[in-house]
Design a binder for this molecule. Structure first.
Ligand code: APR
Length: 233
């Protein structure tokens, strides 16, 4: 670890699972309960906006009841203490990294607690519902949508993510199945750039073979152990 200076961490639903937020692809996960095509595409939103808005209103309300777990807190401690570059790229739309204390967080799939006005293109902090078609606080249009990246839309800030990878020595993937691109392809980019790669997950992800090392276990155990090792060494 002594040669490691700059770190990029990718997180997915598995890091929030022990906070009580459903993952997407496990048995009983969110995509078993709802069809992606019904709630998580731009086409679904134009076909049946009420269904989509109600789904995200429920999810937005639910995450506000949840609290960060030991894995979020461990990454926050790493963020606070690490002198080199560090970027936590999360696919999660919850705010548990931030509430756990992390600062250097990039939400590549958007955020539940933001609403995006498709008239004025401004994103506003949002805790309440959207089903009732509230006004945009900036332009007053009633054209707010959840600020989450749907299937078929481009994830946010890919240029910044690749720039961070180019500067990094270590790429760590935590709690993601490796099923959704472009996030799932970041490990391959990291390998091509010559980074060390580490996977921390409950089970091997789809791209597991791209990692130099895989440590299996619940995030609340493997993440604090890894952070202690990095900060201790
Ligand atoms: N600790 C660590 N890993 C866990 C835990 C846990 N307690 N519980 C589950 N996992 C692992 C699962 O084994 C699985 O590999 O987390 C992973 C979760 O995978 P997904 O449900 O596919 O979630 P994610 O990879 O974040 O999904 C990517 O898909 O639908 C989209 O936009 C959504 O951002 C999401 C993207």
């Amino acid at each position: 670890m002594s040669q490691i200076r700059n770190i990029v961490i990718l997180t997915g639903a598995g890091i929030s699972a022990e906070s009580g937020i459903d993952t997407f692809r496990s048995a009983g996960g969110l995509w078993e309960q709802h069809r992606v095509e019904d709630v998580a595409t731009p086409e679904a939103f134009s076909r049946d906006p009420d269904l989509v808005l109600r789904f995200y209103d429920m999810r937005r309300a639910a995450i506000q009841e949840k609290v960060p777990n030991a894995a979020h807190r461990a990454l926050a401690e790493l963020d606070a203490q690490w002198n080199g570059n560090l970027l936590i790229v999360t696919q999660n739309v919850d705010d548990l990294h931030e509430r756990g204390g992390a600062r250097r967080v990039l939400h590549m799939h958007g955020e539940h607690l933001k609403a995006w006005c498709t008239s004025c293109d401004i994103r506003s902090h949002w805790r309440g519902t959207l089903i009732d078609r509230p006004c945009c606080p900036v332009c007053q249009a009633r054209t707010l949508r959840p600020d989450v990246v749907w299937f078929g839309e481009m994830p946010y800030r890919m240029g910044e993510i690749h720039a961070a990878l180019r500067e990094a020595d270590l790429f760590v993937s935590i709690g993601t199945s490796g099923a959704v691109y472009p996030a799932a392809g970041l490990v391959r980019t990291a390998r091509e750039l010559g980074l060390q790669t580490l996977e921390l997950n409950l089970e091997r992800s789809q791209g597991s073979n791209w990692f130099h090392e895989t440590r299996l276990g619940p995030a609340t155990e493997v993440v604090p152990d890894w952070v202690a090792e990095v900060l201790g060494g």
